[in-house]
Design a protein around this ligand. Sequence first.
Ligand SMILES: *[C@@H]1O[C@H](CO)[C@@H](O)[C@H](O)[C@H]1NC(C)=O
Ligand SMILES: *[C@@H]1O[C@H](CO)[C@@H](O)[C@H](O)[C@H]1NC(C)=O
Ligand SMILES: *[C@@H]1O[C@H](CO)[C@@H](O)[C@H](O)[C@H]1NC(C)=O
Ligand SMILES: *[C@@H]1O[C@H](CO)[C@@H](O)[C@H](O)[C@H]1NC(C)=O
Ligand SMILES: *[C@@H]1O[C@H](CO)[C@@H](O)[C@H](O)[C@H]1NC(C)=O
Ligand SMILES: *[C@@H]1O[C@H](CO)[C@@H](O)[C@H](O)[C@H]1NC(C)=O
Ligand SMILES: CC(=O)N[C@H]1CO[C@H](CO)[C@@H](O)[C@@H]1O
Length: 543
Amino acid sequence: MFTSAQALSLFPLLSAFIPSALALDASAMRSKSVYQVITDRFARNSSVTTTCNVADRTYCGGTWSAIASELDYISGMGFDTVWISPVVSNIGGTTGEGESYHGYWTLDPNTLNSNFGTADELRALSTALHNKGMYLMVDVVVNHVAATSSSTFTPSAAYGPFSAQDDFHPFCWITDYSNQTMVEQCWLGDSSVALPDLNTESNTVKQYWDTWITQLVSNYTVDAIRIDTVKHISQAFWPDFVNAAGVFNQGEVLQGDAAYVGPYQNNAQVNPFNYPVYYPLVRAFNGTNQNLQELTTMVSTVKSSFNDPTLLGSFLNNHDNPRFESYVADTSLIKNAHAYPHVSDGIPYVYYGSEAGFKGGNDPDNREPLWTTSYDTNSDMYKFFASLNAARSAAGNASSSFYTNQMNVSTLSNTALLVNKAPLISVLSTSGSSAADASVTVPSSASGWASNTKVVDAVSCNELTTDGSGNLAVTIKQGLPVVLIASSQKGAVCANGTTSSGSGSGSGSSSSSKSAGEKTASGMGLWMAGALSAAVFGLQALL
Ligand SMILES: *[C@@H]1O[C@H](CO)[C@@H](O)[C@H](O)[C@H]1NC(C)=O
Ligand SMILES: *[C@@H]1O[C@H](CO)[C@@H](O)[C@H](O)[C@H]1NC(C)=O
Ligand SMILES: *[C@@H]1O[C@H](CO)[C@@H](O)[C@H](O)[C@H]1NC(C)=O
Ligand SMILES: *[C@@H]1O[C@H](CO)[C@@H](O)[C@H](O)[C@H]1NC(C)=O
Ligand SMILES: *[C@@H]1O[C@H](CO)[C@@H](O)[C@H](O)[C@H]1NC(C)=O
Ligand SMILES: *[C@@H]1O[C@H](CO)[C@@H](O)[C@H](O)[C@H]1NC(C)=O
Ligand SMILES: CC(=O)N[C@H]1CO[C@H](CO)[C@@H](O)[C@@H]1O
């Protein structure tokens, strides 16, 4: 988790006593695993007891301090980075689309959204994360502000820095998404809520945002940023902005076409979420025995379209799309689909509530309050995510090139996908939980495993051994995913040797979520020791 090389790389920052010593760069980010929350919906003070009805689209009371009080729930699953909603003040009142509880309707980027807390409370969340060896990712919106109507919108002091007409592109709705000029210069939104489009070609606007992001990152010791609506700003805007941020960025380019999305990484220096893989991924597991070809083809297309696919954001669910669980009820299909982002190239993102079995469809249904679940750490899916994070972390510990080596994906049968990201090798299945046992072979030529190699499945905790030629016979039971790593990692992925996620075998005891928590605690000890020695090294070098 904290190598001596990473410790050394922190030296210049620590020696200058800048609190942003933890900031994540691309290389550090590859080993992270992100849990996305909607600040308003993840946790609130227990003194607030009003009913949160998602259909109302109103503020339900979630705060930064309440997130800080539930970090063990997040780290207990093995996530180390928390993505929170945009933090700046939003338009008030009720619109035809409810209130600004999600944080995406900016009013004044110079002030914070007081519904979520104070500046001190945001800093306290950042500190609480860092004290646990975790990281803060903040969502930022720079494309637009918000107004209740396009016709009555007038720039004013209420918009903080953006009070001049020249700060905005003239009004027009985006009506043709194939016209990139229109996508960049016309407005998002509709007659209920218009999103006045900032003139990001103006030097005043551009300079403001570059300074703003530097200060935001510094004021709250932000470790990484998530950038909203990236494709709605010209590519030329981004390099200066992301350099001013100085931390890793993951950006929303909401498009499934890899040829369209690729240049945002290759030229604009934004690391997009992997929407090109998202759509085929959903379709691959959206029912039993779906065709896997579209997914395997897209993996190749992504490899040739992006400079570095290992820096893309991998996800199955988020706040903008119907939860996968709104399409599919089969628990095995759900597990296979969720496994993919963790066992493949890129940085895995899990949307809060996936561990709790939430199945909300389109916005606003997919923005359920989590407090109704009492933060259950014993659910099957909670333990499943702990297993996935442990497997990924163990693979990263076992091989220094795990995160940077590109995977190879192929089919082993009509219903079995081989995701080879050695030393983590997974067999994902579309056969569903009521399928009969099925046998497939992971060939030595793909895995690189020698004869008689012992491996363990991080999901079932079953041990398997390759044959005399290094080939591995794998039995897919109940359509569950199989996530394989060398048996030497068994202690790391299967403490107590019991199943961690209700597979067909093993006792399924509840101890594994506890052991995941314990692992995090001991990992923190190591992390503190690393930070301390880096600080001491920094001081010595200064003297
Ligand atoms: C909840 O509110 C009370 C009273 O304002 C405060 O003392 C407490 O710290 C709050 N807890 C959290 C988790 O925000
Ligand atoms: C694209 O949109 C811009 C801005 O609205 C407009 O000026 C231009 O005519 C459009 N181009 C085409 C080919 O429609
Ligand atoms: C950062 O803090 C400084 C000093 O308090 C303040 O002037 C500035 O507006 C803050 N910027 C942001 C983006 O929080
Ligand atoms: C998934 O399948 C359902 C039908 O079972 C369909 O309505 C839905 O559109 C599909 N979702 C996607 C993203 O393909
Ligand atoms: C994927 O295949 C390429 C070409 O055969 C190989 O160089 C690479 O190491 C493979 N990746 C993994 C993770 O095995
Ligand atoms: C990987 O190594 C880190 C740092 O030594 C440790 O905290 C973590 O528990 C390890 N992960 C696994 C799954 O063993
Ligand atoms: C060998 C081993 O890891 N044993 C542990 C199994 O889980 C229990 C409960 O969490 C621990 O107390 C044991 O130490």
